[in-house]
Design a protein around this ligand. Structure first.
Ligand code: FES
Length: 339
């Protein structure tokens, strides 16, 4: 059961604003009128949501009789910490989703919602540097916060932002003052060939250049692959995938032999090897579950893995024979793991 210690922030909706047909922004303040915990560019907040359509959380409507179906959703903060006194998020309404975005869109000014403290898994690099900021669609939210933080510091950056059309681009007018030297907008109108010219945008690596990208998985994959091809080191390429980890399209069932544990697992297509290990009673190490941290990496003793992570280097894969079991699978046949 959720407790207030899990959800220490009680926030009140101060304002809502439809940015596009599908995306709305919400400004949230502390319900008690006090100051809010600080955050940095790239941070997000986890909200407690009601996944039961059409009904409100009892926090928002005291006296409601029905017990809601709880869930949680993370949204990046769009404003910067010097814009103190409120948090701003932008939520894309996912009509076919489980209900979290519909719950957030249904919130009205004056309603309350519970949230966790801000956390940042996608921070700006500490040292002074030149930042290349790249965003696709709703992935603009943490990138915009980073741009505001860099602007406030007078630090050099350039923002590249892609969407299907001007009408679907959130914050388009709000960043118009960045146009010219600092921001470029791209519209593909449904044709990927008309999208962001990645090789040109990413450019050449340099010790003081860092790349930050947020958006849907195809954009992240393409940016990471292009940066790698242009000899960027992994430590200079920072990204955040939007959305919960989901099974990769085309995943197949696989058999995994865990040599040290003496277990053989038949892993269905919709389940990760990591989850199969946990279900079998093991206690593997993991963190992000999205192939970004390498905490779950294990050594492959035989078999051919199909890597889906972003964390391991070629050396990790080819010479250390590591694979991230939260996202990677067997290319074919059976894998024997040192686990
Ligand atoms: S848990 Fe982070 S890469 Fe697997």
């Amino acid at each position: 059961m959720s407790t207030t210690s899990e959800w220490p922030l009680e926030l009140v909706v101060a304002d809502t604003d439809p940015l596009t047909a599908e995306i709305s922004s919400l400004k949230l303040k502390a319900a008690d009128g006090g100051p809010l915990p600080a955050f940095s560019g790239g941070a997000h907040i986890k909200f407690r949501v009601d996944l039961t359509d059409g009904a409100k959380d009892p926090v928002t409507l005291p006296g409601a009789l029905r017990t809601p179906t709880r869930g949680e959703r993370c949204y990046s903060l769009v404003n910067s910490d010097d814009q103190s006194g409120y948090y701003e998020i932008a939520v894309k309404r996912e009509a076919a989703g489980a209900g979290g975005s519909r719950f957030m869109h249904a919130l009205r000014t004056g309603e309350h919602v519970r949230a966790a403290l801000p956390t940042n898994d996608f921070p700006l690099h500490d040292e002074p540097h030149e930042a290349v900021l790249m965003a696709g669609g709703i992935g603009i939210t943490p990138i915009l916060s980073m741009a505001k933080e860099l602007s406030a510091k007078g630090a050099p950056y350039r923002l590249h932002y892609a969407a299907r059309s001007p009408e679907t681009m959130a914050y388009r007018t709000g960043i118009s003052h960045l146009r010219g030297e600092q921001a470029s907008l791209y519209f593909d109108y449904g044709d990927p060939a008309r999208g962001m010219p990645l090789a040109e945008v990413i450019g050449q690596p340099a010790p003081n250049r860092h790349l930050y990208v947020c958006g849907p998985r195809p954009l992240i994959d393409a940016v990471v692959a292009t940066a790698r091809a242009q000899q960027w080191s992994a430590g200079h390429v920072h990204f955040e995938l939007f959305g919960a980890p989901t099974p990769q399209a085309g995943n197949r069932p696989c058999r995994v032999v865990l040599q040290r544990s003496g277990l053989t697992l038949d892993v269905p297509a919709e389940k990760s090897i990591l989850d199969a290990m946990i279900d079998a009673g093991l206690d593997p190490m993991f963190d992000c579950r999205r192939g970004e941290c390498s905490v779950c990496a294990v050594r492959v003793l035989s078999g051919t893995p199909e890597h889906h992570d972003y964390a391991l280097s070629d050396d990790d894969r080819d010479h250390e024979h590591l694979m991230c079991v939260c996202v990677s699978r067997a290319r074919e046949g059976e894998l024997v793991l040192d686990a």
